[in-house]
Design a protein around this ligand. Structure first.
Ligand code: SAM
Ligand code: GLN
Length: 294
C-alpha cells in the first residue's frame, strides 16, 4: 500500500520549530531545517524550493525521531553526525568535542607563522579530538608534517577517519597518550606546538549549557580547578619539544587571555608572547616563541 501523504515540508518545519522552541532550543527554526535536510537527504536549496512537497509517513517519522533527540538537548552536530570546520566537513560523535568556529583562529595563527620557516614544518597538535585542527593544517600546507595526539582512543579513531575522508590519511601521524608521552624522545623537534586544551574551570562545568554539559566529553572540557592545568603542562612540555624559534599556539577561554599570557611570560625560555582576539574582540589564542639556547 502506498504510504499516505500527511504533512508538507513547510508544515513539518513549523511544527518542529515550535516543539524545539518550547524545549528551550536557542535556534529552533534553523535546527528544524538542518534536521529535515538530514532526514530527507536534501540540500538547503531543495528545502526552500519545495515547501509544498508532501512528506510520506515514513519521512515524517524519521524527522520526528531526529527532532526528539534535539529536544533532549543532543547537539545538532551529534544528531546529524557532522560539523563544518574550515569549510571542510568533519564527522563528529559524542567521543569528540564539536569543533567550534572560534578554533579557526588557532588554525589561522599557525598558517600565518609557517612562511617564517623554511623547508618542512613539523607541527604537533596535542588533544586533536575530531582532528579538525590537524586535518585543516595538513590540507592547507603541503609542507606541514603533522603529528596529532589524544589521550582518547575513540577520539583518535574519529580523527583518523576525518583525515581519510579528506585524502590526508598518510599526512598525519596519530599518537595516543597523555600530553607529551607519545612524542617522548622528540626533544627540540617541532616548529609548532598547537593545542585547544580543555580549559573550562571544573567548578563551571555544571553551569554550562545543557547541550555541552550533558553531551560533549568532559575530558575535552575540564581544565581543572582554574581551567589552566592542562595549559601549564603544555608550556613545560612545549619548551622541551620546540626548536629554537618554534611557536607555541594555545586556544584560551574568553577570560583567560591575561593569565595564560602571564604563564607564558613567566617561562624564561619563551618570548614574543602575543594574544590574538576573535571576531567578538575576545582573547582567543595566546602565542609565544621558543628562545634560542638552553
Ligand atoms: N582539537 C579539537 C578541537 O579543537 O576541536 C579538540 C579539542 S578538545 C577542547 C581537547 C582534547 O584534548 C580532547 O579531545 C581530549 O580528549 C584531549 N585530552 C584531554 N586530556 C588529555 C591528555 N591528558 N592528553 C592528551 N589529550 C588530552
Ligand atoms: N569552547 C568550549 C566551550 O564553549 C570549551 C572548549 C575547551 O575547553 N577547549 O565550552
Amino acid at each position: 500500500m502506498e504510504p499516505q501523504a500527511t504533512e508538507n515540508v513547510a508544515d513539518a518545519l513549523r511544527r518542529a520549530a515550535a516543539r524545539l522552541k518550547q524545549a528551550g532550543v536557542g535556534t529552533p527554526k534553523l535546527d528544524a531545517e538542518v534536521l529535515l535536510m538530514k532526514s530527507l537527504g536534501w540540500s538547503r536549496e531543495d528545502l526552500y524550493r519545495n515547501p509544498e512537497r508532501a512528506l510520506r509517513d515514513v519521512q515524517t517519522q524519521g524527522f520526528e525521531e531526529l527532532v526528539s533527540r534535539r529536544v533532549r538537548a543532543e547537539p545538532v552536530a551529534y544528531v546529524t553526525g557532522s560539523q563544518e570546520f574550515w569549510s571542510l566537513d568533519f564527522r563528529v560523535t559524542p567521543d569528540v568535542l564539536i569543533p567550534r568556529p572560534e578554533t579557526e583562529h588557532l588554525v589561522e595563527t599557525v598558517l600565518e607563522f609557517l612562511p617564517s620557516r623554511r623547508g618542512p614544518c613539523r607541527i604537533l597538535e596535542i588533544g586533536t579530538g575530531s582532528g579538525a585542527v590537524a586535518v585543516s593544517l595538513a590540507k592547507e600546507s603541503a609542507r606541514a608534517e603533522v603529528w596529532a595526539t589524544d589521550v582518547s582512543a575513540p577520539a583518535l579513531e574519529v580523527a583518523r577517519e576525518n583525515a581519510a575522508r579528506h585524502g590526508l590519511g598518510d599526512r598525519i601521524r596519530w599518537r595516543r597518550g597523555d600530553l607529551f608521552a607519545p612524542v617522548r624522545g622528540l626533544s627540540g623537534w617541532f616548529d609548532v606546538l598547537v593545542s585547544n586544551p580543555p580549559y573550562v574551570p571544573s567548578g563551571e562545568i555544571a553551569g554550562l549549557q545543557r547541550d555541552v554539559r550533558d553531551w560533549e566529553p568532559a575530558l575535552a572540557l575540564d581544565g581543572g580547578g582554574d581551567g589552566m592545568g592542562f595549559c601549564r603542562r603544555l608550556v613545560r612540555g612545549g619548551v622541551r619539544h620546540l626548536r629554537a624559534g618554534g611557536m607555541l599556539a594555545v586556544e584560551v577561554g574568553a577570560e583567560q587571555g591575561a593569565d595564560v599570557s602571564g604563564l607564558f611570560q613567566a617561562q624564561e625560555k619563551l618570548h614574543r608572547v602575543g594574544v590574538r582576539r576573535d571576531y567578538a574582540g575576545l582573547p582567543r589564542v595566546v602565542t609565544a616563541e621558543r628562545m634560542p639556547g638552553v
